[in-house]
Ligand binder design. Structure first.
Ligand SMILES: NC(=O)c1ccc[n+]([C@@H]2O[C@H](COP(=O)([O-])OP(=O)(O)OC[C@H]3O[C@@H](n4cnc5c(N)ncnc54)[C@H](O)[C@@H]3O)[C@@H](O)[C@H]2O)c1
Length: 358
């Protein structure tokens, strides 16, 4: 292991910053030296909880004074692109940005370009690629437990950009990151659509239909067509049946069911059956510390250039799929990738008055 040490800082000291701060503190080669937040209350709470003395209201001041090597960006998505550019321009080696990468693909492109131009590493925190149950399921699939995968059904009680980005990212990961060639999508904009017709899916947002500083739909459904013939059917928001990140994966030799975040009703997270016979429940695996392992790999990527599982390019692909779902809904057609629009089609439909709010 290299002896190189790193100075780390967090920008946006709200709820999700806690996971980043803990990962920095858990890593012996990293010192968490500073934080920045526009809110004094957030700064105070973060400083107390993680014993960080240098807190700033202005991220630019933090970058100038502290010269960090690593920066976590944990603000809302509309701020991610500007902050990523500023952070790489300040010479930071590794940026660990929260998902979703951005709202518009043009922003994601700026972020990837900023990393490339500075020679730094950008990762987007789809941390389920490091979580034990998901890895357990993926290993089983790789070992042929269900033969050739034919279809993935993904369920996520949340909007496509905020929570669906994890569903899409994991769907891609479970199918070995094979390219997606086209996308069909439909969205539901039911006013105040906070409960699905069968009462199973729920999504909470205020009257303005905003979450995390951007618009969201009440529900969406999508079909992702992969280059290897696999199809993924996704149910999100108020169109999702029960569950947050759930997968039902059919293969030529069986079926695998995965509920990595919270268990199925029988307490299991991963269960599998062959072509015939009963469903077998897998014992829970014991890997902990998804964020710790994502950080370890970030340091390796900085030091060796090895590809990171959460690369900026991969985060951009997830955002492309979200926006392809919106574009398909806008056009009422299957959309071929690469997506040609670089601004969010959902925001475009709202601006054009094609969708009425409330
Ligand atoms: N990976 C995950 O599992 C996961 C889970 C929850 C949220 N998230 C993502 O994390 C991000 C943050 O979500 P959250 O729930 O922590 O939000 P939050 O509102 O709790 O925290 C955001 C913080 O950013 C601060 N902020 C706003 N503008 C700022 C600026 N210009 N400079 C510095 N700080 C600023 C706010 O004051 C706030 O303290 C979002 O992109 C969200 O989607 C990821």
């Amino acid at each position: 292991m290299s002896g190189q040490s790193y100075r780390a800082a967090v920008i946006g000291c709200g709820k999700m910053s806690r996971g980043h701060a803990r990962a920095f503190l858990n890593n012996q080669r990293v010192d968490l030296v500073a934080g920045a937040d526009v809110s004094e209350a957030a700064r105070d709470a973060f400083s107390r909880e993680f014993d960080v003395g240098s807190m700033y209201s202005d991220p630019a001041e933090l970058l100038a004074n502290e010269r960090p090597d690593l920066v976590s960006i944990c603000t809302w998505p509309p701020l991610h692109a500007d902050l990523t550019e500023a952070v790489f321009a300040a010479g930071v080696k590794g940026v660990w940005c929260e998902k979703p990468m951005a709202v518009h693909l043009s922003e994601a492109d700026r972020m990837v370009a900023a990393a490339q131009e500075s020679g730094g590493v950008l990762i987007i925190n789809h941390q389920r690629r490091y979580m034990d149950s998901y890895l357990q399921a993926r290993d089983l699939m790789r070992d042929g437990a269900i033969g050739e995968v034919t279809q993935i059904t993904g369920i996520c009680a949340g909007d496509a950009l905020t929570d669906g980005t994890h569903l899409i990212d994991m769907t891609r990961y479970l199918n070995n990151d094979v390219p997606i060639t086209s996308v069909f999508g439909a969205i539901d904009m039911t006013p105040k659509g906070d409960v699905s017709p069968d009462g199973m899916g729920t999504i909470e947002f205020n009257q303005t239909r905003m979450r995390y500083g951007h618009h969201v739909e009440s529900g969406s459904m999508a079909i992702l067509f992969f280059e290897n013939g696999v199809r993924a059917h996704l149910e999100m928001g108020n169109l999702a049946r029960g569950g947050y990140q759930r997968f039902f994966i059919d293969g030529t030799e069986g079926r695998l069911e995965l509920s990595g975040d919270s268990p199925f009703e029988d307490g299991s997270r991963v269960r599998v059956r062959g072509r015939t016979g009963p469903m077998e429940v897998l014992p829970p695996s014991s890997l902990d510390g998804a964020m710790d392992r994502a950080l370890d790999d970030l340091l390796s990527t900085i030091e060796t250039g090895a590809e990171h599982r959460l690369s900026g390019e991969s985060g951009r692909e997830d955002l492309e799929i979200v926006n392809a779902i919106y574009e398909s809904a806008r056009l009422r057609m299957i959309v071929q990738l690469p997506l040609e629009v670089s601004e969010s089609p959902l925001e475009a439909m709202l601006t054009a008055g094609e969708i009425q709010l409330n």
